[in-house]
Every structure is written in structure tokens, then in C-alpha cells.
Design a protein around this ligand. Structure first.
Ligand code: FES
Length: 113
């Protein structure tokens, strides 16, 4: 019987989850957003170090409109209409600056102010 290998992930400050499911955004928009983040994070200093942001795709949050939609943890903030321009704003103001982009927030999770 083979031994189960314990997984490892690198340290990070925030984890963003982007829905790439078929119902909340135009075809391919959420995947394109996800694909753009490697370069954007590198340019903003978010790909390593203290502010490192981990990113993952999910198949559906049961929100299903107004996409691309994205959740930022551990802040518990949910953003909608994450166009490339809005992502730039979220990177600068929230992921680097620590302040939510209020006009794009559609939900706050438990424990959020
Ligand atoms: S398909 Fe994206 S939230 Fe449901």
C-alpha cells in the first residue's frame, strides 16, 4: 500500500478565490482574469514575501451573476464585476494597501466589519 503524502503550500498573506464557472461571467472572462494575475502580482510585489497572495479557481460560489466574482480571504470580502481595470484597483487599494474597494464589494463574510 502506498503512503499518503502530506501536502505543503507556501506561506501567504491573502488567498483569493475566483469563480471560473459558466454562469456568472461572460465566456472566458474569469479564466482570463485568473491568467493575468501572475504578471500583475509580480509587478505589484504580491507574488512573494510578506504580502504574497495565493490564488485559486473555484467552479461556482452559488452567486452566479455580476462576474467575474472573487472572494478575498481571510478578509471575508466578496467582489463582483472584477474587470481587468477593477482588478488593478483591488490590487493597489486592497491587496497592497489593505483597504477594501467598497463600490465593488457585494458581500461580507462572518466576522467582517
Ligand atoms: S458560476 Fe460563478 S458563482 Fe456560480
Amino acid at each position: 500500500m502506498s503512503e499518503v503524502v502530506k501536502p505543503k503550500i507556501g506561506a501567504y498573506k491573502r488567498h483569493i478565490l475566483i469563480c471560473t464557472g459558466p454562469r456568472c461571467a461572460e465566456d472566458g472572462a474569469a479564466q482570463a482574469l485568473f491568467d493575468s494575475l501572475g504578471d500583475k502580482f509580480k509587478a505589484a510585489g504580491l507574488s512573494e514575501g510578506e504580502l504574497r497572495v495565493k490564488r485559486s479557481r473555484v467552479s461556482c460560489f452559488a452567486a452566479c451573476k455580476g462576474g467575474p466574482v472573487m472572494c478575498v480571504q481571510p478578509d471575508g470580502l466578496w467582489y463582483y464585476n472584477v474587470t481587468p481595470q477593477n482588478m488593478d484597483k483591488i490590487i493597489e487599494q486592497h491587496l497592497v494597501g489593505g483597504e477594501a474597494v467598497e463600490e465593488l464589494v457585494f458581500h461580507r463574510g462572518p466576522g467582517c466589519a
